[in-house]
Structures are given as C-alpha cells and as structure tokens.
Design a protein around this ligand. Structure first.
Ligand code: GLY
Length: 335
C-alpha cells in the first residue's frame, strides 16, 4: 500500500479540497505569482493566502510564527486545510506548521519544482532550520495528498530542472541501476518525456519510505550524496541543492572506491554522468576546513565520526558507514 496518496487530475484535487471547512493557501513570493493563477480555477473558498519569502533564510521558526499568527487571525477550525504551493521550503515549513497548529491540521502539498516533486513533497518529513542547522526542528507528519500539476514543469528554468534531476540520479544510483543508465542518456529540455521518470523516482522513494518511515535504517540510503552535498551547499555561494548533491554523489562514490567498496568501472560511469550534466556547476574555491566542520555537526553524526550512505555498486547502497574524514581526503575526492 502506498504511504502517500498522489493525485494527477484536477477533478480529484477539487473533490478533496471541497470537503474542508476552510482552505488556507501557503505560497512564496515566486509561486504566488507564477503558480497560484494556474490553480485558481480549482480553488474556491480560499479563506486566506499566506505568502512567505523565498530562499533558505526564510525557513525559520520566525516564519512559522507569522504563519500561526495569520491562521489565528482568521480563526480557522481543526477541520481546515493548509494547501502548500511551492518548493521544498513551502512544503517543509507548511507541513511542520500544519503538524503543530492546534496539534495538527490537514495539509496537501502541491510541489512546484522538480526537486520538490521527486523528494520533499512526500515521505512525511517536515522541518525548519534553527541556529544555522538545517532541518533540525521538525516532525514526521503525512500530507493528505500530494497533487502533481505537471504543467508547472514547463515554466521551470533549465537550472531548476537540473536541480531536481540530481535527486532522480540518486534514486537510480541507490536502488535501480537500469533507471540510472536511462537517466544518463536523456535530454532534459523535453519536460513531457520526464514524466515517466518522475513517476519512477516517486516509486523508488515511496518503497524505501514504506519500509522504514522514520529513518531508523534503510531510509538513510536516501541521504547518499547529501553528507558532502549539504556541506557544499552550506559553504559555497550560489550553489543549488541539486548541484551540491550531484557533486556530493560523485565525491562519495570516490570515497567508496578508495575504501575498496565501489568497483572502478562503476565510479567511471558515475563520473561520466555527473560531468555530463553538471560540469557548469562544479564547486570552485572550496573551503575544506569549513566543510568538515559542517559535516561533523550534522544531526546524523555521533562524536568525531561522520556517517555516510555509500554506494556498493550502481543500484546498491549501504548506510551507517562511520568514518573519520580529514581535509586531505576531502580535497582529493572533490578534485
Ligand atoms: N530527502 C530524504 C528523505 O526524505 O528521507
């Protein structure tokens, strides 16, 4: 059985939202302009539209407080629905706000970026950042539905497509070698052709989440590429999450190979694929010391050890691999 319900047809979402006493829409400054107009025909009875700023610096408890203030101002009941229309920030922060407001109200995610469609919109993780630490305050709380309005993909700039595509490559790398091989050959400009691949990525993540919803074990393979990826994201200027994850996947594959886990021929295939799609965003002027500090403070780690999910081959990933990393190794695997 699927963990989350997924909808693709406007009639289906219309039927669901009409069952609530009040609908509150949460959007950001971009999605309010570019995406809400596409949804308006489906959305009658919207009591309030809350618009938050774009960018990671807005993923805070302060923004949550603003959301709570607005919810209180319109006196919503517990039978209200929060409709999150946006990328990871809106879906994560909206999901978290819904999980605690009046001890939990329903929410639906309508992801507007490829990154969010294949990752943050489902899997029940909600979060905000706190004291410079990413996603440290959060909860596991399921959206009632995730609605895929795939027409939104047509409006996305190319860099945004690559941003989400890295998570799709990760899905192939950790769980499905043939899928990874297919992804390495596709042309990202044709968004219509992306749809079946998006579905495959959703299926892969869903299966993993179903087996381990609270990340006690297997779900950690979804963190492949993210130990180094998050540190790159935190220390590089102007790098997108997906770009950091792509280079994180390659660096961690090199680490796995150095440890004698990943065979050379698999590393070569991964390297060719990442370089094919992401050579324009290769991290420059890396501050390895700062990266290492960030990695040590990640919530997944204990003491000095850094926890990795490392590929054993394309399509197979291990987790809970604890390593003591130094600057020289980091420099070598990011070269
Ligand atoms: N984004 C990784 C996960 O949902 O577990």
């Amino acid at each position: 059985m699927r963990h989350t319900q997924f909808l693709y047809k406007p009639e289906e979402i219309e039927k669901i939202v009409n069952g609530y006493s009040e609908i509150i829409v949460l959007a950001d400054e971009n999605t309010a302009v570019h995406c809400l107009p596409l949804l308006e025909p489906l959305l009658k009875n919207v009591k309030q539209t809350i618009i938050i700023g774009t960018g990671e610096e807005h993923k805070t408890m302060q923004t949550c407080e603003k959301v709570f203030e607005k919810l209180m101002a319109v006196h919503i009941t517990r039978n209200a629905l929060l409709l999150n229309v946006g990328g990871g920030l809106v879906c994560d922060l909206g999901g978290f706000s819904a999980s605690v407001y009046k001890r939990g109200i329903d929410y639906i995610n309508i992801p507007t970026s490829l990154l969010c469609m294949v990752d943050a919109a489902f899997g029940d993780k909600t979060a905000v950042n706190f004291l410079q630490t990413k996603n440290i305050i959060g909860s596991f709380y399921s959206p009632k539905t995730v609605y895929y309005l795939t027409d939104l993909l047509k409006t996305l700039p190319q860099r945004q497509l690559y941003n989400g595509f890295a998570e799709m490559l990760k899905h192939g790398l950790i769980a499905y070698a043939d899928y990874f091989e297919e992804l390495c050959g596709i042309n990202l400009t044709d968004t219509e052709k992306l749809l079946p691949y998006i579905q495959t990525s959703i299926d892969i993540k869903e299966q993993i989440v179903e087996e381990d919803p609270h990340e006690h074990g297997l779900r950690k393979i979804l963190n492949a590429g993210h130990t180094i990826g998050h540190a790159l994201e935190a220390t590089q200027k102007d790098i997108y999450h997906g770009e950091a994850v792509a280079w994180g996947l390659l660096a961690e594959a090199k680490l796995s190979h150095e440890l004698g886990i990943l065979p050379a021929k698999h590393l070569d295939i991964i390297s060719a694929c990442i370089n094919k799609y992401y050579s324009n965003s290769k991290p420059q002027n890396i501050d390895y010391h700062k990266m290492l500090e960030k990695m040590k403070h990640d919530k997944k780690n204990t003491d000095e050890y850094i926890s990795f999910s490392l590929l054993q081959q394309i399509g197979v990933c291990g987790y809970d691999i604890e390593l003591e990393l130094d600057v020289e190794v980091l420099e070598r695997i990011l070269a």
